[in-house]
Design a protein around this ligand. Sequence first.
Ligand code: TXA
Ligand code: MG
Length: 315
Amino acid sequence: MTLCETDAAAIAAAAQALRRGALVAFPTETVYGLGADAHDGRAVAALFAAKARPRFNPLIVHVPDSAAVAQIGVLPAVGRRLAAAFWPGPLTLIIARGERCAIADLATAGLATVAVRVPAHPIAHALLTAFGGPVVAPSANRSGHVSPTTAAHVAADLGASVAAILDGGPTPIGVESTVVDVSAGEPVVLRLGAVTRSALARVLGHPLAIGGATGRPASPGMAARHYAPAAPLRLNAAAVEPGEALLAFGTPLPHAGPMVNLSARADPVEAAANLYAALRALERSGAPRIAAMPIPDEGLGEAINDRLRRAAAAP
Ligand code: TXA
Ligand code: MG
């Protein structure tokens, strides 16, 4: 994707808004992010307030390239290997906070570690380059709600709080970045996401542990209930019950009410791209409940199932 004249002007204006402490939403290859100047504690506080996000849940710092990570902390050898393989792209690395790191304490929830990512989306890259500093960006939704994959989703959740929404159309991947903690010893996956576990294992030569199993705390943000539509969600449905809308995968179950098919050809990559828009559409359909068909737990299916389990968790 190349940026046209108006896009360049919009990006310059958005960078200027970040400089004055305002919030700017922008597309990444995963989901839309809600950006703030990572060095500006007041801007970061406004970001937490806009999302109604618990302050113990730290943010991801976005930078335009791996060289910019040097201002934040040091990538250990295993982090450099992962960065070389997946950046720019949908991988977030947790590293130890460097001594000269000027990221606002609120952004890291006071932790000694910081989450960093180099997004691949051209609009995100252009904004980070124009701004010239690190930008914190959680997904641009109300805390706990379904993540946004279009500019309209951002406007629906946060419209009044953002100075600008850079509209890059639907985000290509549709689920969040994979979060890998490389801050101490063996790398640990803290959040399943767009980079599959098999892709990580191919690069490192062995499978990675999943957070929690090693005694290290999982991501503070991995609450049991998250990514949730307003209507209750029932997983692994073998039949659709009266009053239920259907979230289908492959050949739809017989049903009477509203239906969105994540992928008629049962492709997990297509299903990930459609997941959050589908949940929002079924929420808007007014159906009192949603039944989801099973999705094989392979490739991106793992991240999709992780999100569906959290979306279905009891409030
Ligand atoms: O794809 C993405 O990662 C999107 C786009 C906008 O970049 N961002 C995103 O941010 O999903 P957010 O805030 O919704 O999720 C960030 C996750 C949370 O689970 C948070 O707890 C975790 O990263 N995290 C951030 N800093 C951390 C740290 N120092 N240690 C452990 N987990 C951390
Ligand atoms: Mg989020």
